[in-house]
Design a binder for this molecule. Sequence first.
Ligand code: ADP
Ligand code: MG
Ligand code: MG
Ligand code: MG
Length: 395
Amino acid sequence: MTYRILDAQALREWLAQRHDLSGRLGGAAADWDIREVSDGNLNTVFLVNGPAGALCCKQALPHVRVAPDWPMPLERALYESRYMQAVAPAVTGLMPELFAYDPDLFLLVMECLTEHEVLRSALIADQAAPGFSAVIGSYVARTVQATGWVSQPFETGAHLLEQFSGNTALTRITVDLILTDPYRVCDRNPEPEEGLRADVKALQTDQVLHQAVGRLQDRFLTARQALLHGDLHTGSIMLDGADVRVIDGEFATMGPIGFDCGLYLGNLALHLCAAPHKADAIRTEMLAFWQKFSEELRTGLRAGCGDMWALSGPATRPALIETFLSEILRDTAGFCGLEMIRRTVGFAQVADYGLCTTEQERLLARQKALQIGRTLIVESVSLRSFDSVLSLMGL
Ligand code: ADP
Ligand code: MG
Ligand code: MG
Ligand code: MG
């Protein structure tokens, strides 16, 4: 069957033919309730409810969902399915289960998180049960252990490079939207509000900043340390109380481990700028993320490593691990800063700024994010502890 954009009725007919999937829904096709819930920039998502269960169906469109004149290859769905398959054994219970991938329709069918809410929305509504960041720290540590050269035989990395190096369309989005556009004049950048114009102009001419961004461009493009989620912001996490899940792995690519860490922390830091009264709670989350991530990775690497450290033993490996973690920390700080800046002035901004009650408050929140972001990027190379990352954020 050839590709076509599915509406609710076409999806119903397709599911009805797939007995492995319709069995999970139960009842007759006519009984299923199908609701579109797309809220991301790229794809269409339907939730299908039947008498016996529910399914989440995500289809790639041949263009950016929110910008129909911006073409986008369908293969991103293939990479998302590959990502889910590659990390699933390591992150059981932390990701929805993938039930099927249809290569003609570029359609993923996965476990439906019916009771879950997107973390960004939960944060904005001040309804996220504390403790979610430790789960995300564990998630990143486990994906690193399952896919990184540091813990796996080199054949694993070689295979993953082969599987994901073709995900160039989405990597191009990262290269443009995160690593380049905020620092140049570009049609994709929205017109800044009046009060922010001077700050935006400064980003385009700041040579110290551009040099530091250059280091991070180098890291992103050449440090193929592990399989990244690649889009680990608070909109790619859903939670229901203590049940925390990561979704939306279509940006997956081999890259620097600090990229996933930095994107996650950057989105918490953006929330902090918009809701400064939540500083204590956000500091606790950030710390819990880093402690869990670094401790789980440290413990795992002490117990065993890949070909990378084959000559190390109990006496020498701890030092290698600490050097490795220090490098991840510097990258984390840098990518955190990049995310803060691009989500403040770039193409895809964050809803968290809607928490500001006046225009003046929002302007100050944005300026604060730009200032913290710049400092993190420029200072990242000299950072030695996670405490110093927190203090650069005023925490
Ligand atoms: P995009 O790639 O377009 O950003 P996402 O994978 O982020 O798409 O999904 C968009 C929205 O669909 C999410 O914000 C969430 O509300 C909903 N969603 C995605 N996956 C699931 C799921 N497994 N169960 C329930 N809802 C989901
Ligand atoms: Mg998304
Ligand atoms: Mg709930
Ligand atoms: Mg996505």
